[in-house]
Design a protein around this ligand. Sequence first.
Ligand SMILES: NC(=O)c1ccc[n+]([C@@H]2O[C@H](COP(=O)([O-])OP(=O)(O)OC[C@H]3O[C@@H](n4cnc5c(N)ncnc54)[C@H](O)[C@@H]3O)[C@@H](O)[C@H]2O)c1
Length: 250
Amino acid sequence: MGRLKGLVALLTGAGRGIGRSIAMAFAREGARVVVTDLELEVARQVAGEIRAQGGVAVCFEMDIRDQARVGEVVSGIVKEFGRLDVLVNNAGVVRSSDFVDIDGDLFDWVVGTNIRGTLFTTQRVVKEMMKRGGGRIVNISSILEEVGTPRQVHYAMTKGGIRSLTRCMAVELAPYNILVNAIAPGIIDTRINKRLLADPKRREETMNRIPLRRPGSPDEVAGAAVFLASSEASYITGLTIFVDGGLTAY
Ligand SMILES: NC(=O)c1ccc[n+]([C@@H]2O[C@H](COP(=O)([O-])OP(=O)(O)OC[C@H]3O[C@@H](n4cnc5c(N)ncnc54)[C@H](O)[C@@H]3O)[C@@H](O)[C@H]2O)c1
């Protein structure tokens, strides 16, 4: 408790799934949390839950592909709280497709969100962090930055991009005391994996590839995010932490 006390954290895509768990964990650790999502209603619910538990949270509708909106939200945070210490780039989209069927619309949606949206949201926040003498960026990548899998060429390449972005930004922004790291989740029990985990045959096949023999929970990803945002990680930058039950070690 209290590991993030005094910090202001902006989270993207935090209305459900992994982002929601990170928002709740950050609030439990004393951060003031800015819950943003494409869908206002889910962001509002998470901020309400945090406040009901005695935490501090505000919420905004924010599509990370909309640079003007990101700019408004970031300016609003700085005006209200006077600081912005942590950005968690969690918003991301995935839709499986055979390689030969990937079309321009699917490509633009996945790359526009996972890469373009993440890059320009981070750029806007970094300008504030530079003015204030430092900050932390936590990017939510995927094990697919490391391993190959069928029907995910377009998605996996965006997460490979997040790996490069994390390392290059870590090097470029170190002189500004801005630490940039990533988390690569494996198979986590969110709506993204609902169909996979509900199908007994596919579930068993998947679990056989995971040394811990189970999916991860969003809260288990949140633990790594708290660590990377906290003072305990003050000498770590450019790292990806794999939260995957050993899948990539197998
Ligand atoms: N669930 C997994 O197994 C898994 C594994 C590896 C990586 N990830 C990554 O973790 C992150 C979160 O995944 P999740 O499983 O919690 O997904 P989810 O679909 O449950 O939640 C994602 C949230 O992001 C929001 N969102 C989507 N597009 C957005 C946009 N343009 N702007 C703002 N918000 C947007 C959605 O409304 C949703 O609330 C993603 O980046 C995903 O790629 C998930």
